[in-house]
Ligand binder design. Sequence first.
Ligand code: FEO
Length: 183
Amino acid sequence: METNRLSSKIEKILNQQITKEADAAQIYLSYGAWADDQGFAGVANFLFRHSQEERDHMNKVMSYIMERGGRVKISAIEAPSSDPKNLQDCFERIFQHEVDNTNAIYEIVSLAQEEKDWATWNFGQWFVKEQIEEETLVLDLIDKLKIAGGPKATSESLYFFDSQLAQKEDEADLARDASAERP
Ligand code: FEO
């Protein structure tokens, strides 16, 4: 009796998403380590927390595959790319990662729709909403950095930016809890 409720294509694309989320977690870890080394403790803490959020996303996809009787396959992830040049570059790269991830989520939802796999389509909607929140969050930080002067920002304005991110702790924590709790 066939107990796997996922098609082979859906199972494959969901397993690819596990790797993408793990990859994002690794990238945020690496940027967090870079930020800490540059003296931006608030940014580092924010990125470490965000890395954990990506791990939560990874676990969420894993759980879904298993719930549907599919087979989880863990793949290798690549080493993160070079360190950012500055904070502006750091958050612009993060924004690009999030946009790439949004496109990957759209691929899942599109395939689910094509196959009339409404369970996976419905599962994917949580990520569609999450990606809007993540892109908005990063865009907001890029805007703040632009106001601070972008790549030419003074030490004082970057210190202020970093302090503000340090105070964002609870917000990031709540977002992470929410991603673990939301269906
Ligand atoms: Fe898992 Fe930043 O999206």
